[in-house]
Write a protein that binds this ligand. Structure first.
Ligand code: SAJ
Length: 401
């Protein structure tokens, strides 16, 4: 039996996947309301294929609890927030989860940390908690992408970092119950570093695309056409420019390397700064386009999309929220309108809950997230001034990054 600790974006699909493939699972979360929702038969966030997976896991007898259970295998998928000022990971939830496990687990239990942590976190913060106990620590960082989690859980390859390769192989066998990708067994530090390196690689590549967008804007060139053509080269694969990098991973993990290796992590730092500058770049574009169209009332401008990317309901570090914060700082937010079909509760001022009402209230639309909803109804934007930061709108006269 395994006890999955933390039933959020990573822990829940992982627990369900194990259960759906015949592993006996108890999912534990300290949030009683969340556990009650799951026990009542409902999932807690929108994700492609999650509801079906949930049904299969329930059929297989998955249990949910807010208590830790005594077993010989734990999978920890709790949040690892990072401190914005120091840029360091805050491992407190992981440490607390491991402490709670220590209070109930038998000798020789295996504790697998899936949460993303900065390199060295296990040695520095987790080992002291298990000191003197016969416990095996493993790091198996998650790799799944929101929007395609269920598919990627099954098909991505994985990394298992363990002190003892026999334990690594045991954990590999467990994940093989559902994972069809290659599972590489290595040591803990390598696994920690690899995870952060993967997200940093993507951040740097997005930053390159964003920097190109700025260069092309400054000299009136079409960045999308340039990227499209350059990508025909067999060894070139430039990503897409956008309004910034959100989510809890790519905009966070590179800071761990900057924080731990100041003076060495130079490209990494530059990339972070470029990506973080994009929301302000979009604000400047809005300002210039309003001027060009003789618009002076920001209340007639609408931001489409609040989530950090398309077809998910996750708003963490989203470029739209970064823009709104920046506008607040400069006291120019005022009445700007906002709408996102995935965000049903009110989270910001002047938020709309229907596309019709939103479009009626604005003359200019800034496309910040490429949700399917708007891609399928692009004609609704005819007659509006449109700033498309995602290269999804091909109406005449559309403005781009
Ligand atoms: N973005 C761009 N241009 C692009 C691609 C992405 O602007 O060409 C933006 C997105 O709009 C979003 C942000 O970057 O705001 C990040 O989105 P994403 O889809 O690239 O990645 P995440 O944060 O959803 O998930 C990443 C994934 N990591 C990598 O692809 C290396 C995922 O595999 C990890 O599991 C996840 O981080 C994590 O939890 O660490």
């Amino acid at each position: 039996m395994i006890n999955v600790i933390g039933l959020g974006y990573i822990g829940l699909p992982t627990a369900l996947m194990f259960a759906a493939h015949g592993v006996e699972v108890t999912g534990t979360d300290y949030n009683k309301a969340l556990v009650d929702t799951l026990i009542a038969g409902r999932t807690t966030f929108d994700e492609d294929g999650l509801d079906e997976l949930f049904c299969r896991a329930v059929e297989q007898g998955i249990r949910f609890s807010h208590e830790y259970v005594s077993t010989d295998m734990y999978i920890v998928a709790v949040p690892t927030p990072y401190d914005k000022a120091s840029k360091k990971v805050d491992a407190e939830y992981v440490v607390q989860a491991v402490r709670n496990i220590m209070a109930v687990c038998p000798k020789d239990a295996v504790v697998v940390i899936e949460s993303t942590i900065s390199p060295g976190t296990i040695d520095k913060y987790v080992r002291p908690v298990v000191e003197g106990k016969e416990i095996h620590l493993v790091h198996a960082p998650e790799r799944i992408i929101p929007g395609n989690m269920v598919y990627e859980l099954k098909h991505n390859s994985r990394t298992i970092g363990a002190d003892d390769s026999k334990i690594g192989e045991k954990v590999k066998a467990l994940y093989s119950s559902f994972c069809e990708g290659e599972i590489v067994v290595t040591d803990i530090r390598t696994a920690e570093m690899t995870k952060v390196v993967e997200n940093t690689f993507r951040d740097i590549n997005i930053a390159f695309a964003n920097e190109l967008a700025k260069i092309c804007r400054s000299d009136n060139m079409d960045v999308y056409e340039i990227i499209r053509i350059a990508n025909k080269h067999p060894r070139v694969n430039i990503l897409s420019p956008g309004p910034g990098v959100g989510g809890h991973c790519i905009s966070v993990d590179p800071w761990f390397l900057v924080g731990d290796y100041p003076g060495l992590a130079n490209i990494i730092l530059a990339a972070r700064k470029i990506n973080d500058s994009m929301p302000d770049f979009v604000l400047e574009r809005i300002h210039n386009i309003m001027k060009e169209n003789h618009m002076s009332d920001v209340g007639r401008v609408g931001l489409y999309g609040l989530t950090y990317k398309e077809n998910v309901d996750d708003m963490r570090e989203s470029p739209t929220l970064q823009m709104l914060r920046s506008m607040d700082r400069h006291l120019c937010g005022g009445q700007i309108k906002v709408y996102d079909p995935y965000v049903t509760r009110d989270v910001v001022p002047n938020q709309y809950h229907s596309l019709d009402a939103f479009l009626e209230a604005v003359d200019m639309v800034v496309l910040l997230v490429g949700h399917d909803e708007i891609r399928e109804h692009m004609d609704r934007l005819k007659g509006k001034v449109v700033l498309d930061t995602r290269h999804i709108c091909f109406l005449d006269g559309v403005y781009r990054l």
